[in-house]
Design a protein. Structure first.
Length: 281
């Protein structure tokens, strides 16, 4: 198991600075953004990703996965990103998101996403990498683990798999849905995201009652029963990448932290996470 930090939250830093900052906290490397506005722009991936990976590995760290916005094999620079990952020996690619278009369209959209995944799977197989669907709560096609299972059923997990996110899974199925989702997706679980969330509420005059919403919170304070999550991961023999998402900036966070504060909170998150993992070994 390799524990890395999602570079989205280190955006002000160069790739070298981000790797050093994550390494100083105790991470083994980065989950690097290769998408519009990320550390590497898609059109530059073929040139810059192999160089970035070589640089980071030269520092003693790794980039075992990248995060992209890819939702179709024919999109601009999609094949270049897959080729760059293959050249750099980056095994896992996180795909982008298909937004749910609204009530009455789910079945049609599932068929569309299946067709898109056929093309993506062909590219992944050609370049010897794995493309992964991230579970994300809210109005996304991949909000529900059972839907992700439906999309992946019958596919080779060494080509296309699941990027489970217990934080988002607990929001959509807090009692047992997250657990049943992990159970369903077991053969396809290639990557695990670590973040935590909590419910907040305030009165909404249009609704005429309290409206509930989620915010990102530290791992010690959220919904996810992390010891149970990692017990199951240990049980299934998971040995992939764990990407820690320190989403502590902006309106979706319980507090809007500076970069320095974010790093300090991430240090505590990692300390807690490592204690959980050690306890279930």
């Amino acid at each position: 198991m390799k524990i890395v930090m999602f570079s989205k939250h280190l955006a002000p830093l160069s790739i070298e600075e981000a790797a050093r900052a994550a390494g100083k906290l105790g991470f083994e490397g980065l989950d690097l953004t290769v998408r519009p506005g990320g550390h590497i722009e898609p059109e530059k991936a073929l040139d810059e990703l192999p160089k970035a990976v070589e640089l980071v590995r030269g520092l003693g760290y790794d980039i075992p996965m990248i995060t992209t916005a890819i939702t179709g094999a024919s999109e601009p620079f999609c094949e270049e990103i897959f080729r760059a990952a293959s050249t750099a020996a980056v095994r896992d690619i996180k795909l982008g998101y298909w937004r749910y278009r609204g009530f009455g369209q789910m079945r049609e959209q599932l068929d569309e996403v299946k067709r898109a995944l056929d093309g993506i799977a062909a590219l992944a197989e050609r370049y010897g990498v794995r493309a992964n669907l991230h579970i994300h709560s809210g109005d996304f096609i991949t909000a529900d683990a059972a839907v992700v299972w439906h999309l992946l059923h019958g596919r080779d997990p060494e080509v296309i798999g699941a990027y489970i996110d217990p934080g988002h899974m607990a929001v959509e199925g807090g009692a047992s849905g997250w657990k049943q989702g992990m159970d369903l997706l077991t053969p396809w679980i290639n990557i695990v995201a670590v973040k935590d969330m909590a419910w907040y509420h305030e009165y909404d005059p249009e609704l005429g009652k309290e409206r509930w919403y989620t915010k990102m919170v530290p791992l010690r304070h959220g919904l996810v029963p992390w010891p149970e999550v990692f017990q199951y991961l240990h049980h299934i023999g998971f040995d992939g990448t764990v990407s820690v998402h320190s989403e502590y900036q902006g309106p979706h966070s319980w507090r809007d932290l500076s970069l320095e504060e974010l790093l300090e909170q991430t240090r505590d998150d990692l300390e807690y996470l490592l204690s959980v993992i050690e306890a279930v070994r």
